[in-house]
Design a protein around this ligand. Structure first.
Ligand code: IVH
Length: 716
């Protein structure tokens, strides 16, 4: 009996953790356009959750990610990584979808495609055909045409309600505003994918690197990020394209999906010419095999094949589950792989103390980039792979950002390979490692004494999404190594005298750093809570907690049940919070931060103003923050950002190294030229409290800043 309860508890914990992980990854994918795991890894998490819920239906809850389509709608008040997207908070009107916008059931296994065909045959009891199509890797769009004109474009949103991106869609080259020919229904919807061809993607990322903006991880994220820009003209410059693959409407005059798409093509709508009607599983397999190889020479990304029952009457007969159509399935391609040799294995300690094994590899080319290091995730994974130093291994891109090792080529194992030994002590501070129940990773428990963890926590504390202090790893290293800073509260005790002893620091850089720290005191409680670095309390959880409790004292006093009643907080997170606040040194740290003037109470969320209402501002040059953040500040405060100077321009906002042409034109037209300080003063005068860029400081004269996702080990 006891054992049963324990097993039950473990399963509940695992389900809890899977849900939290999937929800966070949904947010990163759909809202931030910045996923950190690959589709494959995501699908594996989801499959595990589906399997567990199937075995334990009593544990299914209506808010489980298995019951919902992921959402690209940004929660109100969210401060996002990409200011392009952040600026549009509440910018887009939202409309309900006339027909729910569902996803597709997907598989990596051809036998499941066969099972799909068998099921359909059994259900329909008659012969039918399949439409096989490329699965375009972009972001879904739903276009409505009324009387032959583009009426509305909605994103998928949460499947029920989408963001109205009509104005942006009008700037996408191949979306017609007006249909050609004749015979279209008075009103119909056509759904498809907005994607960014490789060439446009490379160009955009080059531009972003030049402007010191974070490049997009892959064309899919670039497409979804770009579709949600606030400036439609800017969308037009991003080189997005559209392909349409599903027509819907009342009484459509077609018998088959193929006829509908052929008609759409005649009306001038962009429809893929790579479609093929197949008559059975062998033709489907032929199509899959052909495109698995041929897709590598396409100018855009595809991630699989979609197989649909072609006859509309049969589609209707098969219908839908809550999430997917029963008349279609997606076969997903596995990510590209490369074979290379393991030279050595490092064990990296992250800010939470998690130890990640990372392999150093003989450099190899993979999907356009040279890979030198790849993650092995954890000890279990290493054991499962049976990896040895000197082995040839297969490398894949995980989330298309961090490569990972997926297999060992035993046929190429040479004599002299060495079995790696996972350390039992922290490679940094020597403390014996521990592994918690249900955890895949080993942790260094010396949270407040392990140098890597201390530095990692400091880097996290000052990072952009936390306290947004303008400094980077190098500054943290210097401050820590000199013994000036051991915990975040020490940062607020720094004075100029101390800073001037740092190598390379001058009066100006010291003052700017202090100003930046001062400005960070205005950061909202939700970000302060995130900055504390409590295990499992990411941005979203911190926001939920801050909103729910309103202040740190209420949070600290909360009992387990109260924590569990907060949205998205499960047992694992609740226990981690309780554990964190149980430690006297953490309570002491909070007191010191409170005395330093940090906000531990939630204020009303009001980040926007009409300070710049009626003003058209052109920007040129580099600023203390990215150009996109400046643009988002303009838009967020009611102003209009325009790309060229004209008689209608109110101000030319000029940063470092401004464009001479723009300056000349402004001078000729008598347009007033202002600098960043003046611009921020205009906002401050209107009482704008919270500026996405934080401090209004220039990065240039500060020691090097690197921006990194805090939870990830340094790989490159
Ligand atoms: S048909 C009812 N066809 O993949 C669902 N979807 O992972 C109808 N996708 O939600 C969708 N290429 O955003 C369909 N040729 C294609 C597609 C396609 C890409 C996307 C679409 C879908 C997602 C599922």
């Amino acid at each position: 009996m006891k054992i049963d309860i324990k097993v039950e508890n473990d399963i509940k914990k695992r389900i809890d953790r899977l849900r939290a992980e999937i929800s966070e990854n949904n947010r990163l994918y759909y809202v931030e356009s910045a996923p950190v795991i690959s589709d494959y890894e995501y699908d594996m998490l989801m499959n595990e959750l589906i399997a567990l819920e199937k075995e334990h239906p009593e544990l299914v809850t209506p808010d489980s990610p298995t019951q919902k389509v992921g959402s690209d709608l940004a929660p109100a008040g969210l401060r996002l990584a990409d200011a392009d997207i952040a600026a549009r908070n509440n910018e887009f009107a939202q409309y309900p979808h006339r027909y729910p916008m569902l996803s597709l059931g997907n598989t990596y296994d051809i036998t499941e495609v066969e099972a799909f065909a068998d099921r359909a045959l059994k259900s329909l009891q008659t012969s039918f055909t399949y439409s096989c199509e490329l699965k375009f890797d972009g972001t879904a769009i739903c276009l409505t045409y009324r009387n032959g004109r583009l009426f509305r474009a909605l994103t998928r949103g949460d499947g029920a309600i989408g963001d109205d991106v009509t104005e942006n869609a009008r700037h996408i080259r191949n979306i017609p505003q007006v249909l050609k020919g004749s015979g279209w229904p008075e009103e119909f919807e056509i759904r498809g994918e907005i994607y960014m061809p490789y060439e446009a993607f490379d160009r955009l990322n080059e531009e972003r690197r030049r402007d010191e903006d974070q490049p997009f991880a892959n064309p899919r994220n670039a497409a979804s990020g770009s579709l949600k820009l606030i400036n439609p003209a800017e969308v037009g410059h991003r080189g997005l394209e559209c392909t349409l693959y599903h027509m819907l409407g009342e009484n459509l005059p077609f018998q088959t999906h193929e006829q509908a798409l052929n008609a759409a093509a005649e009306w001038g709508l962009p429809v893929s010419d790579k479609r093929k009607i197949c008559h059975g599983i062998s033709e489907i397999e032929e199509y899959i095999n052909y495109w698995d190889a041929a897709r590598k020479s396409l100018p855009f990304a595809t991630d699989g094949i979609v197989i649909k029952i072609n006859e509309l009457a049969y589609q209707k007969e098969l219908g839908y589950t809550a999430k997917f159509p029963r008349w279609a399935v997606a076969y997903k391609f596995k990510a590209e792989q490369a074979l290379t040799k393991v030279l050595s294995i490092d064990y990296q300690v992250g800010r939470t103390g998690a130890v990640t094994p990372v392999a150093n590899l003989e450099p190899v080319l993979l999907s356009g980039t040279t890979v030198k290091r790849a993650t092995l995730h954890n000890a279990e994974q290493m054991q499962q792979l049976g990896i040895r130093i000197g082995d040839y291994v297969y490398v894949e891109k995980g989330g298309e950002i961090i490569p990972k090792i997926t297999g060992v080529e035993l046929d190429r194992r040479e004599p002299g390979t060495v079995l790696p030994v996972f350390p039992d002590k922290c490679p940094d501070c020597g403390t014996p490692l521990v592994r918690d129940e249900g955890e895949a990773k080993y942790f260094c428990p010396n949270e407040d004494g392990c140098p890597t963890q201390i530095k990692g926590k400091l880097v996290h504390f000052i990072s952009r999404k936390a306290m947004n202090v303008i400094a980077g790893d190098a500054t943290v290293d210097q401050l820590f190594n000199l013994g000036y800073v051991h915990s975040p509260a020490d940062l607020y005790d720094l004075d100029k005298q101390k800073l001037l002893t740092l190598e390379g620091w001058k009066e100006r850089s010291a003052q700017r750093f202090l100003d930046s720290l001062e400005a960070s005191k205005k950061t909202g409680f939700d970000h302060v809570l995130f900055a504390l670095g409590i295990r499992y309390v990411g941005e979203t959880t911190a926001r939920s907690l801050a909103r729910h409790f309103g202040n740190i004292d209420a949070l600290m006093a909360a009992e387990r049940d109260t924590l569990l009643s907060v949205e998205d907080i499960g047992e694992v997170i609740a226990d981690s919070i309780l554990d964190w606040f149980r430690q006297p040194e953490h309570l002491h740290e909070i007191e010191r931060l409170r005395n330093a003037g940090l906000k531990f109470t939630m204020e009303e969320e009001n980040q926007t103003s009409s300070a710049l209402e009626g003003l058209t501002i052109v920007i040129t040059g580099n600023f203390s923050v990215s150009r996109d953040e400046i643009k988002s500040l303009i838009a967020g405060n009611g102003g209009k950002n325009s790309s060229s100077v004209s008689g209608k321009t109110s101000y030319l906002l000029a940063g470092e190294k401004p464009g001479p042409e723009k300056i000349k034109k402004a001078q000729n037209l008598g347009v007033e030229i202002i600098d960043e300080a003046r611009f921020r003063a205009m906002l401050a005068a209107a009482g704008v409290r919270h500026e996405p860029g934080g401090s209004g400081l220039e990065r240039e004269n500060l020691p090097a800043q690197t921006e990194k996702t805090p939870e990830q080990p340094t790989l490159f």
